[in-house]
Design a protein around this ligand. Structure first.
Ligand code: TRP
Length: 435
């Protein structure tokens, strides 16, 4: 049995902090070691360009984030680890998908709507400052996922809508070009029920936008210690009983300590341990976990050529899948070599399920009727009763040769049918016969 393919993207903006490590990096690295999964992890650096126009920051951030994931234990021999921008098939697929993606679907994307809502509230043009990159963000993300036919995509809740859009786009592409088969797997979002969100220095969610973060590797153990000593606590002095839950310190500690260790700190605080001593305790525990990783991180950052080689190998591995798959997708949409084996008649055969169809049937009254269905299976016309199937056969044969069907003719067969839709379907049928 083939393994479940799990894929996730890491947007390369900012410098990773402790909250990123606990909430995303550490669990993802653990999950990548599951032998039942075939894991794809990549740096979404094309996505980063949407949010940042500073080349130096882009370059710095993707280097730091690549080094962080490897230092945190991601094993490139076990998972496919690559940069999105090293896979030229991804932007190519993005275009194929863009051509089948409804603009209306993109109009509903949360990130885009948030931008237009904010503009409208400020009395500006709804699309002020909105780039096509932001608008098409979900299509690029769909290409990331569909390129590798991922079954599961571990993401935060804010990304669920994007996975649903990827499914919609995949289903539409399959319908249009799959010739009855599925070209793309329909991906599913995998939401970690217990995703830890770490509080920051002030107790709110740790986030760059609140300026309350604790650095992961940046600045070494000195910066880590300094940040931990800035965690907000009350002003109780040593010897006074403290409520361990009155500060973010305890939750941050619990993300690194065993249950017993956490219980010991709780009791010690209730018994009057000073906040300063408690902070030293927390620092020691976190630094124990991070120190070996930080050493690896510093090594990697100091040898960018080595990182480059690891990522080049990851890209080569990923392209062993994406290159042949994109070639097949190009074929399926009709971007074929002239005179290739996919000649015109195999084309129309392959396209057969995509044509309108007549269906004849006999009902319990013993009479014969027929329907005309369009490519999506929608009934365009439903005939009145005929005494013999032969009458129907002659009628259909005549229509299929001339596509001349007056409104009056149609009225007699099905008063409710839409003349233009029926005529259009007939014309498509006739055009397909000619191929
Ligand atoms: N949009 C995702 C985020 O902000 C990052 C991302 C890009 C991604 N492409 C992806 C995640 C493909 C999963 C799959 O978190």
């Amino acid at each position: 049995m083939s393994r479940i393919r799990v894929l996730t993207g890491i947007t390369t903006t900012g410098t990773p902090h402790l909250g990123n490590y606990v909430g995303a990096i550490r669990p993802a690295v653990l999950a990548s070691r599951d032998p039942r999964v075939d894991a794809f992890y990549f740096l979404a650096d094309y996505h980063a360009l949407i949010k940042c126009e500073d080349p130096l920051r882009i370059a710095r951030s993707r280097l730091e984030i690549a080094a962080t994931w490897l230092a945190a234990g991601l094993d490139p021999a076990q998972v496919c680890f690559y940069r999105q921008s090293d896979i030229p098939e991804i932007p190519e697929l993005t275009w194929l998908l863009t051509c089948v993606t409804g603009k209306g679907l993109m109009n509903r994307a949360h990130a885009y709507k948030a931008a237009t809502d904010a503009n409208e509230a400020a009395g500006e043009d709804a699309d002020a400052g909105v780039t096509m990159g932001l608008f098409s963000y979900p299509v690029l993300m769909a290409a990331d996922i569909l390129m590798f036919n991922a079954h599961r995509v571990p993401v935060g809740r804010d990304q669920i809508q994007h996975i649903e859009m990827a499914r919609d786009i995949a289903a539409r592409f399959n319908h249009l070009f799959g010739a009855g088969k599925s070209l793309f797997v329909l991906p599913e979002a995998q939401i970690e029920a217990s995703v830890a969100t770490l509080p920051g220095l002030d107790g709110r969610k740790m986030s760059k936008s609140y300026d309350n973060t604790i650095p992961l590797f940046q600045g070494g153990s000195k910066a880590l210690r300094e940040a931990i000593f800035k965690i907000v606590t009350d002003s109780r002095v040593p010897g006074e009983a403290k409520d361990p839950d009155s500060s973010a310190l305890m939750v941050i500690f619990e993300a690194f300590a065993s249950a017993e260790e956490a219980a010991r700190l709780r009791t010690a605080l209730q018994d009057g341990l000073g906040w300063g001593e408690a902070k030293q305790w927390v620092f020691d525990s976190i630094d124990r976990e991070l120190a070996p990783m930080r050493a690896r991180y510093d090594e990697l950052i100091a040898q960018p050529q080595h990182l480059e080689a690891i990522l080049a190998e990851g890209a080569a591995k990923a392209r062993r899948t994406s290159t042949p798959f994109l070639a097949a997708l190009r074929e399926s949409v009709g971007l074929r070599k002239f005179g290739s084996a996919q000649s015109a008649d195999t084309v129309s055969k392959a396209a057969k399920p995509q044509l309108p169809e007549f269906k004849q049937f006999r009902e319990s009254d013993g009479k014969f009727r027929f329907k005309l269905l369009d490519e999506q299976g929608t009934v365009l016309l439903q005939s009145h009763a005929f005494d013999s199937p032969k009458q129907i056969g002659q009628l259909i044969a005549a229509w299929r040769t001339t596509a001349q069907l007056s409104q009056d003719d149609l009225q007699q067969i099905d008063a409710a049918a839409d003349h233009a839709a029926v005529l259009g379907a007939l014309q498509r049928l006739i055009a397909a016969q000619g191929e």
